[in-house]
Design a protein around this ligand. Structure first.
Ligand code: CP
Ligand code: NVA
Length: 304
């Protein structure tokens, strides 16, 4: 794997290979195996133009545990924040580091970093997608359900970065995918076309209809990072787009609930339902560490 710019770039086999390695790394860590020879001496730059808890900590701790060195680079401190072009940053960092993880706004910035640099680039979230999160989500689903066979995933919320990546991940793994979102807040049009052609994709405005017989329910905030001023207008548009008891009843009785976090209790999901599913949601959060370590090993060793 050369880069991880978006999930659509990976084949089903490549995704499964990342998930298998993530399972192995999780098992090793739980059994006290020293993992420091995987990436001994490798240096990872982590550029953050947006806030982060899980992504930063999973990559930073992951790199440390694999024997490498993580370097936190805040967008506020880098010259990028003062207008140095990403093309130049890419060429400079390529001469000093072994890989770059970047969280930013525009997907193009991530693609440019990869195009102008000569080292692997990992997308740690853009407005368009969040592939690292979805690898951890798929890992969690397989752990809980045993396999992806015959499963239906339902996303209730904004057609945002999470919806885009979940749709791609679910279809690639052979799951049926449904979404409930208000008009005007649909996922990326080209990705929806791709999902319709390559799998089973359904869109609803009613969350109960979308959730019918779902095995996996997923939700995310109504306003993503960078959309804070739209919070009030979005709160109106999304008033019915949330996970409540009626939505849970529409899904299968043993349906799991996932959330990338951070959560806004009482908005996209009730506090009670969130807490009832805290076990799988925080396992999902832990799996960020194992999945991100697997991605680091894959790109830094150039393995598929
Ligand atoms: N889910 C996720 O990416 O969390 P952070 O924003 O805390 O990194
Ligand atoms: N959609 C959210 C995901 C956070 C992990 C955001 O972009 O803010």
């Amino acid at each position: 794997m050369k880069h991880l710019l978006k999930l659509a770039d990976l084949s089903r086999e490549e995704i499964l290979s990342v998930l298998n390695l993530a399972d192995q790394l999780k098992y090793e860590r739980k059994n006290g195996v020293d993992q420091s020879s995987y990436l001994r001496g490798k240096k990872l730059g982590m550029i953050f133009q947006k806030s982060s808890t899980r992504t930063r900590v999973s990559f930073e701790v992951g790199m440390y545990e694999l024997g490498g060195y993580p370097l936190f680079l805040s967008g506020r401190d880098l010259q990028i924040g003062r207008g140095e072009p990403v093309q130049d940053t890419a060429r400079v960092l390529s001469r000093m580091l072994d890989a770059i993880m970047i969280r930013t706004f525009a997907q193009k910035e991530v693609e440019d970093l990869a195009a102008y640099g000569s080292i692997p680039v990992i997308n740690g979230l853009t407005d368009y997608c969040h592939p690292c999160q979805v690898l951890a989500d798929l890992m969690t689903i397989r752990e809980c359900k045993g396999s992806f066979k015959g499963l239906k995933m339902c996303f209730v919320g904004d057609g945002n970065n999470m919806a885009n990546s979940l749709m791609v991940g679910a279809v690639k793994m052979g799951m049926r995918f449904s979404i409930a979102c208000p008009k005007g807040y649909e996922p990326d049009a080209a990705l929806m076309d791709w999902a319709k052609q390559n799998g089973s994709f359904e869109m609803y405005e009613d969350p109960e209809a979308a959730a019918k017989d779902a095995d996996v329910l997923y939700t995310d905030v109504w306003a993503s990072m960078g959309q804070e001023e739209e919070q009030a207008i979005r709160a109106k548009a999304f008033a019915r787009i949330h996970i409540d008891d009626a939505v849970m009843r529409a899904a299968k009785p043993d349906a799991m609930l996932l959330h990338c976090l951070p959560v806004h209790r009482g908005e996209e999901v009730t506090a009670e339902i969130f807490e009832a599913h805290a076990k799988e949601i925080f396992e999902e959060a832990e799996n960020r560490l194992h999945a991100q370590k697997a991605v680091l090993v894959k790109v830094l060793k150039g393995e598929n």
